[in-house]
Structures are given as C-alpha cells and as structure tokens.
Write a protein that binds this ligand. Sequence first.
Ligand SMILES: *Cc1c(COP(=O)(O)O)cnc(C)c1O
Length: 371
Amino acid sequence: MNRQSSAIPQTAKQQDSSFLQVERKGESRIHSVDLDNPGFGDVFSDHMLSMEYRDGQWQQPKVVPFGDLSLSPATATLHYGQTVFEGMKAFKSEDGDVNIFRLQDHLNRFNNSCARMCIPQPDANLLGKAIKKLIAIDRDWVPEKYGNALYIRPIVFAADACLGVKPAQTYRLIVLTSPVGAYYEEGFDPVNLTTTEDYIRAVKGGSGFVKTACNYGPTLLPAKKAKENGFTQIIWLDAHEHKYIEEVGTMNIFFKINGELYTPSLNGSILGGITRDSVIQLADKWDTPIHQRPLTIDEIFEEDDKGNLEEIFGTGTAAVISPVGSINHKGQTIVTDREQIGPFAQRLYDTITGIQYSTLEDTYQWMSSIG
Ligand SMILES: *Cc1c(COP(=O)(O)O)cnc(C)c1O
C-alpha cells in the first residue's frame, strides 16, 4: 500500500455537530486494506451511520464504529422483507477532494422505495448531510486510484421483533461504505445475455421499480441457470406478454439504432436507474435523439437483421457502462461484432467517469462535495 493516512484520534463519544452524534473507532483498520485492489463488497470502512425510527419518528443519526448488529430472530424484515436499499459512490479527485455522485437523486429514490414498502421516509436532506459527514470521517477510505471508489450502501429495515405480517413500528437505517475496485479492471468485457421463458423478474403493480430485497432473491436461481448455459446475465422480458424488454440483472439497457438511442420507458416494473437518467441527459445534450418507449425483443432482432443495430449497453452504478456482446432469444442470437465497447458507449463512459473524478466540468451539478 502506497498511501498515507492520518491516524484517527482515540476519542470516545463526542458531539460533532447538533444534528449528528459521533462515536469514533479506537484504531483504524485501514492499514490492513489494499485500497488499490479492494475487489467489490468485501471490505468495509471504519464507521457506519445508524439511525432508529421509534415513537413515530426518526431519531438523531449517529456515526458509530462498523460492526455486527444484534437482532432478535423474530426481526420482521428477516421474515417478510420489509426493507429497502440504495447504492451510490464517492470519488476522490486528483487534488484530494471527495465528491458523491448524484447524492440527492439516490436519496430521493431511497424515499420512493420506502413509500412503496410502507417504511417511514427519513428526511433526505438530513440523511444527505449525515452521509457526507460519515464519508468525511472515513475520508482515507476513499480510494485514490482512478477507477476505484467508495461504494455507499444505505439500507433500512423493519426492526420489530414480531411475527405479525404488518408494517413495523420500529425501523433501523444503516449506511455502510466499502472501497471498491473498477468493474472492468482490464478493459471492457462485453456481457452475453439471454432471455428466459421460465421466469419473470417483476410485474406492474409489484415492486420492480424500487430497490427492495425481495426483487433480488428470486432472480438468483434463473441467473445461476443462465450462467450454467454460458450466459453472463438474463435480459428480462415483461411478465404479461413476454415480448417487451425490461432490464438486465441490476442494469438498465440501451440500444443504438441508426444513430438514435432507445431504452424501455419506465413502466412500473423497471427500476429507474440514476445512470440511465445520466445517459439520457447526456444524449440529449449531444443532440442524439433518445426514445423512451416500450421496445420488443423482436424489433431489436429485426433492426439487427436490417443492419441498423449499432450498439447495445447496460447502465448501472457498479460498472457505469457495460457493453453487451450478444443477446440470445429462443435460440436466435444477436452478436454485436466487436469484442470491445462501441464508440457511443465509450464516450458516455468517459464523460460520466470524467465528471465523477472531476477531470471534466460538472455541468449538471451531479457531484456533491463532502466539504
Ligand atoms: C440499481 C439498479 C439499476 C441501476 O440503477 P443505478 O441507479 O444506475 O445504479 C438497474 N436495475 C436494477 C434492478 C437495480 O437494482
């Protein structure tokens, strides 16, 4: 490890500011971590944010040492899944500033997810301030290497110890952070997708449009089967007619056809990605026509037959832009004839990461400095 980190003072509890209580960890674990090669999701920084909901309101947030939770085996969320999460990233610029990508947009989505899951919404401004403070305290955990970042994972869950199926009266909100490496360490590796006729991901009226745990558990088995058949991930079709494209794993999907961009419209079963929105804003600025509408898998195959299909890529916080190498549907395959990323997807990737690492101007005010 070739970086310096300031020692964390060994104070116990201290009142950091009026809205937030801070209990610092005695000794940092940072020296045991290789921030240049942190992998994804196994390493956690020294502190986490913790907030409780009881007596009909959210209590004061606290920054506490990262550690295990002690929960009753009857904790409602373990049984019925009343829980919500988010995923975003903080980046270190060359001059050492730390900025979070689209913080308030992520927190607004967190609150929309809470609304769907009948979880009382925290104050998004206060939560944003508390998250910035958390990252400021663990600033040394934000990797310096271009491509690496500090992944920020807020969760909130029903904390009642009660087996009744009903909205809980107590909740716990935690924000943990994890230094992560670049998704594609050695250049882009296009993903190979397949549809499936046996499973669906989400249905209108369900919870597919929010980030709640119950959308992910059921996808593990079909994803495992797809992997066994040589595919990277599933491209989900709609639950009713099995013909409209929805999204991929934890990514939204885009097609570039005849110089124009297409992505499925947010129809109630698709998760509205923040990266998806960023791509739409950029395409708009670049005067690339962008169509958000229902897209059938058949029309994509037809455009490919006509030679009009130029690029396919997924979007999400983890990889930013993920080129798609092939799509299999009922034994027919589209193969984008490149091993690498297409020029439009590359331009999007360069622009978004440039803004994230502050090498490009942040024209959209996407970045919030932790101060
Ligand atoms: C998180 C997620 C996405 C991508 O959203 P981003 O905000 O771009 O990270 C897409 N689909 C699903 C199902 C997701 O959970």
